[in-house]
Design a binder for this molecule. Structure first.
Ligand code: TRP
Length: 331
């Protein structure tokens, strides 16, 4: 039997994921588990490039981890772990930083954006963030990396680093490719449907957290910005309705055609309520699973430990190879 291809992806623990994160990416993580050898990480090391409150961060890391399990990421099938629980990420990151050019990192658009946003804290970690991300990916010899469009430049850099290293030392790293899911809804803001739904939106009605309760979800959809037309139809210029249709389609598996039929002759009010209810229904099983898991500290600990051990074992092999190649002495 051919070995399964390896997938690696990471998510920052800084906020509870929103509906866009879930439908666009995380729901896919769950689906990929049968076909691929998956490793998923809560990337806490990355999160401190922006100042965090330690008490809040600790809670968020724990909850993010529990949420992955609640969504259906299976700790027996996949490797699910907290990045800082595996020291090999930071170790490899140092090595790779010596094979990354200052100029390359200076061109990263996320660095430019983030340093413009936090001029008071342009720390070296913010600058070398993409090297740590390259280390995440290359340490696992990942074949595929599911990433959003905003991370493609970082993945491209990881490929360049891998290629450079391999050119000097021979085949050490697997060349990772971006994994672009066949399906996966792009979810826009409920208040400005020309913008992506974002965790950092100031307007709380613009995004749905995956842990929002049913009433909150329905209320936010009721307030969603639409247009002055009355027809539920997917058409250019109807950004608000198009977004609600994409969401409804993603949570119910209905096609746009079916949705248009279902709401023919009905008003936006009926449609918004239906989208709210369907979204709440879709999230409900995960939410109750989350409530159960978060109360079970021993289970979470056990999963974290198992995940960290698996992650360490896989990545230590890479580190040993790398150390040998660069000429370090083994003890
Ligand atoms: N930088 C990614 C983000 O903010 C998270 C991340 C860290 C990641 N390491 C990764 C994603 C490795 C994919 C692979 O979304």
């Amino acid at each position: 039997m051919e070995a399964k291809k390896r997938i690696f992806s990471g998510i920052q623990p800084t906020n509870t994921p929103h509906l866009g994160n879930y439908l666009g990416a995380l729901a896919n993580w769950v689906k990929l588990q049968d076909e691929y050898d998956c490793t998923y990480s809560i990337v806490d090391l990355h999160s401190i490039t922006v100042r965090q409150d330690p008490v809040k961060l600790k809670k968020q890391i724990n909850e993010s981890y529990a949420l992955l399990l609640a969504m259906g990421v299976d700790p027996d099938k996949s490797t699910v772990f907290i990045q800082s629980h595996n020291c090999n990420h930071a170790e490899l990151s140092w090595i790779l930083s010596c094979y990354t050019q200052f100029g390359e990192l200076s061109r990263m658009t996320q660095f430019k954006d983030k340093s413009a946003k936090h001029p008071e804290n342009i720390n070296a970690g913010l600058f070398t963030y993409p090297v740590l991300m390259a280390a995440d990916i290359l340490a696992y010899q990942a074949d595929l990396v599911p990433v959003g469009i905003d991370q493609k430049q970082h993945l491209e850099l990881a490929r360049n680093i891998a290629q450079r290293f391999n050119q000097i030392y021979g085949d050490v790293f697997t060349m990772p490719d971006a994994y672009i899911p066949k399906t996966g809804a792009k979810v826009m803001s409920l208040q400005d449907p020309t913008k992506k739904m974002s965790k950092s939106d100031e307007n709380p009605n613009a995004s749905i957290s995956v842990l929002d309760d049913r009433d909150t979800i329905i209320r936010k959809f009721k307030r969603a910005v639409t247009d002055s037309d009355t027809e539920v139809a997917y058409r250019e210029g109807k950004d608000g309705i198009n977004n609600l249709m994409s969401i409804y389609s993603a949570v119910t598996d209905k096609t746009f055609e079916e949705i248009e039929k279902e709401f023919a002759g009905k008003g936006y009010g009926d449609f918004k309520l239906a989208v709210g209810e369907a979204t709440a229904d879709r999230l409900a099983p995960m939410q109750s699973e989350f409530a159960r898991i978060i109360a079970d500290k021993a289970y979470i600990q056990e999963c974290m430990k198992k995940g960290a051990e698996k992650a360490f074992k896989t990545t230590r092999k890479t580190i040993q190879k790398v150390y040998k190649k660069v000429g370090f002495l083994t003890l």
